[in-house]
Design a binder for this molecule. Structure first.
Ligand code: ADP
Ligand code: MG
Length: 256
């Protein structure tokens, strides 16, 4: 693996909802094999940034590059949209998202949930997808839950299934949006362990989290967002050990 190839580059991203300017020029790079965590108060724009990165939301200004390939846009400002639907699909399927609320399909078994997108979006061979799905469910420790429905599982198990589902797309990077914040503390640790294992095997990840210990332990780089701008960023030991900004110091003392 070449260390310095960025999988995702966001350059000077601006995003407004009507008159509300949510992102005011944010730049983030996730190199291959690196973990970047995004921290910040509720409403600072963390989820919006993730959604702009995988083109679930349109940004109005700035560049987004996937493995060096810039997103092509049609129109400008509020009318700006990605110009190439195939490029959008390629990027979105390569940046798999894991949500706070798991978003599993309740009418499908866990195995069906994990197999669905590789079958319907990527049109992969069913036998091959099933084999991979079982392998990823094993990897997150719920290989015995293939035929169970989401409602029959704990939140921690459901989130691990959602991670297996993201992995089964075999994406270039994983995007996590507060993956542990809907979970009770004891279930949270099951999911933290899976995320740590993924980091240890060199997955590229962008993680929004309220869990400062997780951000400290898994990240190569941590970004503190404040009101749509990067207030401070750096290596985890520096950022958590010697925060420079008053706002970051306040945020960290409030989260302890
Ligand atoms: P965070 O994830 O850091 O809590 P968000 O990115 O969810 O923050 O939200 C940032 C701001 O954008 C908030 O003020 C929120 O209310 C607003 N916002 C988010 N999504 C929408 C939307 N779809 N329409 C209008 N406003 C939105
Ligand atoms: Mg959010």
């Amino acid at each position: 693996m070449s260390a310095a190839q960025p999988v995702i580059e966001l350059k000077n991203i601006h995003k407004s909802y009507g008159a509300l300017e949510v992102l005011k020029g944010v730049s983030i790079t996730a190199e291959r094999g690196h973990v970047v965590s995004l921290i910040g108060s509720s409403g600072s724009g963390k989820s919006t940034l993730l959604r702009c990165a995988n083109l679930l939301e349109d940004s109005q200004q700035g560049d987004i590059l996937f493995k060096g390939e810039p997103v092509t846009w049609a129109g400008s400002g509020a009318a700006r949209r990605p110009a190439d639907a195939r490029q959008v699909l390629r990027i979105r399927t390569n940046l798999s998202m894991v949500f706070q609320q798991f978003n599993l399909w309740s009418h499908m078994t866990i195995l069906q949930n994990v197999m669905e997108a590789p079958l319907t979006v990527l049109r992969r061979d069913r036998a091959e997808v099933e084999q991979k799905a079982r392998q990823y469910l094993d990897k997150v420790g719920i290989g015995d839950k293939c035929d169970v429905y989401p409602a029959q599982m704990s939140g921690g198990q459901q989130q691990r299934a959602a991670i297996a589902r993201a992995l089964c797309m075999e994406p270039e990077a994983l995007l996590f949006d507060e993956p542990t914040s809907a979970l009770d503390p004891e279930l949270e640790q099951e999911v933290v362990k899976v995320i740590k294992d993924l980091a240890a095997e060199g997955r590229t990840m962008l993680i929004v989290t309220h869990d400062m210990k997780l951000a400290h332990d898994v990240s190569d780089h941590v970004v503190f967002l404040h009101q749509g701008l990067i207030e401070e960023e750096g290596a985890p030991d520096t950022l958590f050990g010697a925060p420079k900004s008053e706002r970051l110091r306040g945020f960290l003392s409030a989260t302890h």
